[in-house]
Design a protein around this ligand. Structure first.
Ligand SMILES: [Fe+2]
Length: 291
């Protein structure tokens, strides 16, 4: 059985900034968790996973020296990205430049990271900006990297480029931000609920047990957690769609279903991250002819 054990914890202050590094042991898989905050505990940390010499995701730019040190110490030979978000691709350019190793990602990830793009102030604050970088586009279908057979699984919804990685022989799914939690309280404005539901259905058809989420790993019974999130999103979709079809607006639907905003998150993110975005995504998918 895979065990989750954080056996190395580093909490350091540099001036007023709090930095967190934790090492999680999952047998052959090691999770490196990084967090950074200007005030108090980080609202969110990010986990990079090491499987032999392969690293999945590169954490946030605010923790660059610590990430580069880990890559050197762990003798990483290649990197796979799950999606372009700054807490996943934040150090890809610097890893490529310093260690001359290949970075792989889905075609849309490669396009997005190839040139600078604007991010919100809260994204600068929480993670820092990722440096543009030319990465290699994933080959079609399964491929082998450093002796490991890896199956990319395109899973859009959280972002247009989102891709999970299946290690079939091991029963591992590295799911990026596809799972996050069985019940979620907010969406970014660009998330698509129907795409997420379809992506969750797709991974339910795969053979794996360990779910290596970038924020909340579920090393045992991973499919159970995917099923829980799928059920939650389908139920929510159905309830919102039912009210929307009857003509209720977003605010009315929020009230009728007792959906609450996390006001701290909504204000910090200037409305870019909210529960209302989930409701809005259902309505948009209905307007596009979704089920
Ligand atoms: Fe993300």
């Amino acid at each position: 059985m895979l065990m989750s054990r954080a056996n190395r914890r580093v909490f350091g202050r540099n001036g007023i900034f709090l930095k967190i590094i934790k090492r999680h042991n999952f047998g052959e898989v090691v999770g490196w968790e990084f967090g950074w905050s200007p005030v108090g505990r980080p609202m969110m940390t990010a986990i990079c996973y090491r499987i032999g010499p392969v690293l999945i995701d590169t954490a946030l730019a605010h923790m660059r020296p610590q990430v580069l040190e880990m890559v050197e110490r762990e003798n990483i030979k290649s990197v796979l990205l799950t999606h372009y978000h700054e807490d996943h691709s934040g150090n890809a350019a610097e890893i490529k430049a310093k260690f001359k190793i290949p970075i792989y990602g889905e075609r849309r990830t490669a396009e997005k990271l190839s040139r600078p793009y604007k991010i919100f102030p809260y994204q600068h604050l929480m993670w820092g900006a990722a440096t543009p970088v030319e990465i290699k586009t994933l080959p079609p279908g399964a491929f082998e990297e450093n002796g490991l057979r890896i199956v990319p699984v395109y899973t859009p919804g959280h972002s247009k480029d989102h891709t999970a990685y299946l290690f079939e022989e091991k029963g591992w799914l590295f799911s990026g931000d596809l799972y996050l939690s069985s019940q979620i309280k907010y969406f970014r404005a660009d998330e698509k609920i129907l795409d997420q539901i379809n992506s969750l259905k797709k991974v339910m058809s795969l053979d794996f047990d360990a779910l290596f989420c970038s924020h909340h790993p579920r090393p045992v019974d991973g499919k159970k957690f995917i099923a829980q999130k799928l059920q939650y999103l389908e139920d929510l979709y159905g309830k919102v769609a039912d009210l929307a079809i009857r003509g209720m607006d977003e605010s009315g639907i929020m009230k009728d279903l007792h959906l609450k905003e996390d006001l701290k998150i909504k204000w910090l993110c200037f409305g870019n991250v909210s529960m209302k975005n989930i409701v809005r995504s259902v309505i948009e998918s209905l307007l596009r002819g979704g089920a």
